[in-house]
Design a protein around this ligand. Structure first.
Ligand code: NAD
Length: 557
C-alpha cells in the first residue's frame, strides 16, 4: 500500500507506506474521518477510533456545511475552515469547490485580511514553514523539515505589505496559506505539492512588538545586505531541495518586490502575483469591458490612483498589449498616468523617482490632486490601487461619467474597507453607467429597478491557471507573454450573460474551467517559446484535466 499514486507528472508520488491507526486520522491528506469503509477500518487498524456508522462524503458535506453556516461571523468561519483543512483536506476542498462563491471570500480576500491581523490571537496549529532571519545559514536544513518530498508550488512572503494592510510581519502567513488553498480549489493542484513559507525578517510595525500574542521575531525588519543574503540563501536552498518548484513572491513591500522579481525571474521559475497576476486580471477586465464601452484597447487612456506594484504592473502589461497592437513604446506609455501620494507622477518631481514609476513620469507640470489629473488626462478608465479608502469621490466618479458614456471604474484596493469607492457609489454617482470592478467582492446593487452584479477583479482568476499551466509543462520560467495570454484567455471567458449583469469577469463558480483554459493557453505559450521542459502532449487540455486534483476519497484497500 502506498500513500500516493505513482507520479505521471503532476500526481504526487510519495512511495511511502500508508500509515495506519491514529496516524492516518491525523494525516490531513489521507484522512477520511467517518467515511473510512468497513474494510478500511479493519485493514488500517481503525476499529474503535471512529464511531461505528460509515458516512458518505455527501453526508459529511452536509454536516460541515451546516456547521459552517452556524458560525456567526466571517472570522469564525475562517477558523472553522482552517481547522477542517488541517483535519481532512479532501472534505475541505470538496466543500470549497461546491460553494466556491461563498467560501473563496472566507479563505481569501476579504476575510483573510482580518485573519492575518489576528493570526497571533487565533493561532491554533502551524501550517507551512516559518523561516526567520535568525536562522540564516540553516535554510536548507529547515526546508528538509517539510514532510513532503516533491514540492512544486511555493508561495512565499516576508509579510511587509499584506493586502492593503501594510507590514504584518509573521502574521502574513495567512496569505501564502490562503493562496495555496486557492491553487488547489481553483486549479486542482494537489495539496501535496504546495508549501506556504513565511520569511520572518522582523517587522517595523511597532504595535506588533508590543503584542503579547505576536508569533514572529521581535525585531525591526532586516534590510540591505543582510536581507539580500537571506533571500539568496533561500532561493538557492529551494532550487536544491525542490528543483521543479515554482516560486510565487507574495506581498513583499514594493521596494523589494520589484527588485526580487527582476533579480530572480530568470534564475528560478518564479513570478510576483501582486505585480504580474494583478496586471493580468485587471487587463482582462479592461479587455472584456470593451464589449460594454465599445472602444478599442489602443484608444484607452488609464488614470491610476496609486503607483505601486499593482498599478505599474497593470500599466506594464497594458503597454505590452499595446505594443502588440502596433503602438510605439512612448505612445503606449503615454496612455497610463499615475497619481500617487505626492500627486501626478511627473518627470521633474523633486527627489528621486522610484525606478518602477520612471517609465510613466509625464512631461507635465506637477498636479496635486486626482481631480486635476483627471481634467488633464481625460481618461476612459480610472484604476484604484492606492490602498486608500474613498479616493474616488462623488465628484470624481461623476466627472468620469460626464467624460465617458460608460466610464471604467476599478476600485481594486483590498480589503473591502480600503476600496476607493463601493459598487453602490460607483453606480449611483454615474447614473448606473459605470463599468465597475473591485478587488474585494461587493454585493449586487439595485438602482432604479435594475440590478447590477459587480465583478471582482480577483487575482484568483489568473494565478492558479498560470501556475498550473507552468507546472504541467515544467516551464523553465514565467514570462510576461504568459500573463498577457492569461489576460486574453480570461477576457474571452466572460459571457454575454456576465456583461448583461454589468460584470466583466466570469462567475466564480466557473473558476475551475477558467483555470483549465488559462493553464492550457499558458502551457501552449511555454511550448511555443521553447520554455517547456516536458514533451508536448497531443491534447494539452485533456492532459491538464486528467492531472488535476479532484476532491474525492480514494479507496485505500
Ligand atoms: P504598493 O504599496 O506597492 O503601492 C501603493 C501605492 O499607492 C503607492 O504608489 C503609494 O504612493 C500610493 N498611495 C498611497 N497613499 C496614497 C494616496 N493617499 N493617494 C494616492 N496614492 C497613494 O501597493 P500595491 O501592491 O500596489 O497595492 C495597492 C492596493 O491594491 C492594495 O490595497 C492591494 O490590496 C490592492 N491590490 C488589489 C489587487 C486586485 O484587486 N486584484 C491585486 C493586488 C493589489
Amino acid at each position: 500500500m502506498t500513500a500516493h499514486d505513482p507520479d505521471d507528472g503532476l500526481r504526487p508520488h510519495g512511495g511511502l507506506l500508508l500509515p495506519t491507526g491514529s496516524a492516518i486520522l491525523t494525516n490531513s491528506l489521507l484522512n477520511k474521518g467517518t467515511a473510512f469503509s468497513e474494510r478500511e477500518r479493519d485493514m488500517l487498524g481503525l476499529r474503535g477510533l471512529l464511531p461505528p456508522r460509515v458516512f458518505t462524503i455527501e453526508e459529511q458535506l452536509g454536516r460541515v456545511y451546516g456547521n459552517f453556516r452556524r458560525k456567526s461571523d466571517a472570522l469564525e468561519k475562517y477558523i472553522f475552515l482552517t481547522t477542517l483543512q488541517n483535519r481532512n483536506e479532501t472534505l475541505f476542498y470538496r466543500l470549497v469547490e461546491e460553494h466556491a462563491e461563498e467560501m473563496i471570500p472566507i479563505i481569501y480576500t476579504p476575510t483573510v485580511g482580518q485573519a492575518c491581523l489576528e493570526y497571533g490571537a487565533i493561532f491554533r496549529r502551524s501550517r507551512g514553514l516559518f523561516i526567520s532571519i535568525r536562522e540564516r545559514g540553516r535554510v536548507a536544513e529547515i526546508l528538509r523539515h517539510w514532510p513532503d518530498l516533491d514540492v512544486r508550488m511555493i508561495v512565499v512572503t516576508d509579510g511587509e505589505r499584506i493586502l492593503g494592510l501594510g507590514d504584518l510581519g509573521a502574521l502574513g502567513m495567512g496569505i501564502p496559506v490562503g493562496k495555496l488553498s486557492l491553487y488547489t480549489a481553483c486549479a486542482g493542484l494537489h495539496p501535496y505539492y504546495c508549501l506556504p513559507i513565511t520569511l520572518d525578517v522582523g517587522t517595523d510595525n511597532t504595535k506588533l512588538h508590543e503584542d503579547p500574542l505576536y508569533i514572529g521575531i521581535n525585531q525591526k525588519r532586516a534590510r540591505g545586505a543582510e536581507y539580500d543574503a537571506f533571500i539568496a540563501e533561500f532561493v538557492a536552498a529551494v532550487q536544491q531541495a525542490y528543483p521543479k518548484a515554482l516560486l510565487q513572491w507574495e506581498d513583499f513591500g514594493n521596494t523589494n518586490a520589484f527588485r526580487l522579481l527582476r533579480q530572480y525571474r530568470d534564475q528560478i521559475c518564479s513570478f510576483n502575483d501582486d505585480i504580474q497576476g494583478t496586471a493580468s486580471v485587471a487587463l482582462a477586465g479592461i479587455i472584456a469591458g470593451l464589449r460594454l464601452t465599445g472602444g478599442h484597447l489602443r484608444d484607452q487612456k488609464l488614470l491610476f490612483l496609486g503607483a505601486g506594484e499593482a498599478g505599474t504592473g497593470i500599466a506594464d502589461l497594458l503597454v505590452s498589449a499595446l505594443l502588440q497592437e502596433g503602438l510605439s513604446l512612448a505612445e503606449a506609455r503615454s496612455r497610463c498616468w499615475f497619481v500617487d501620494s505626492q500627486g501626478l507622477v511627473v518627470r521633474h518631481r523633486p527627489g528621486r523617482l522610484a525606478e518602477h514609476k520612471e517609465p510613466y513620469a509625464q512631461d507635465h507640470l506637477p498636479l496635486a490632486t486626482l481631480a486635476e489629473a483627471l481634467e488633464a488626462h481625460r481618461p476612459t478608465a480610472l484604476i484604484g490601487v492606492s490602498g486608500q479608502a474613498q479616493g474616488f469621490t462623488r465628484e470624481i466618479v461623476a466627472r468620469m461619467a460626464a467624460l465617458n458614456p460608460r466610464p471604467v471604474i476599478f476600485a481594486l484596493s483590498n480589503p473591502t474597507s480600503k476600496a476607493e469607492c463601493t459598487a453602490e457609489q460607483a453606480y449611483q454617482w454615474s447614473d448606473g453607467r459605470a463599468v465597475f470592478a473591485s478587488g474585494s467582492p461587493f454585493p449586487p446593487v439595485t438602482l432604479a429597478g435594475r440590478t447590477y452584479v459587480p465583478g471582482q477583479g480577483n487575482n484568483v482568476y489568473i494565478f492558479p491557471g498560470v501556475g498550473l499551466g507552468a507546472l504541467v509543462c515544467e516551464a523553465a520560467k514565467i514570462t510576461d507573454g504568459m500573463f498577457l495570454t492569461a489576460a486574453r484567455t480570461l477576457a474571452a471567458q466572460v459571457g454575454d450573460d456576465d456583461l448583461a449583469l454589468g460584470r466583466v469577469y466570469p462567475a466564480l463558480s466557473k473558476i475551475r474551467d477558467v483555470s483549465v483554459q488559462i493553464a492550457t493557453a499558458v502551457a501552449d505559450e511555454a511550448h511555443r517559446a521553447g520554455l517547456a521542459r516536458r514533451p508536448r502532449p497531443t491534447d494539452l487540455e485533456a492532459d491538464i484535466r486528467a492531472r488535476m486534483f479532484v476532491p474525492n476519497y480514494r479507496e485505500y484497500v
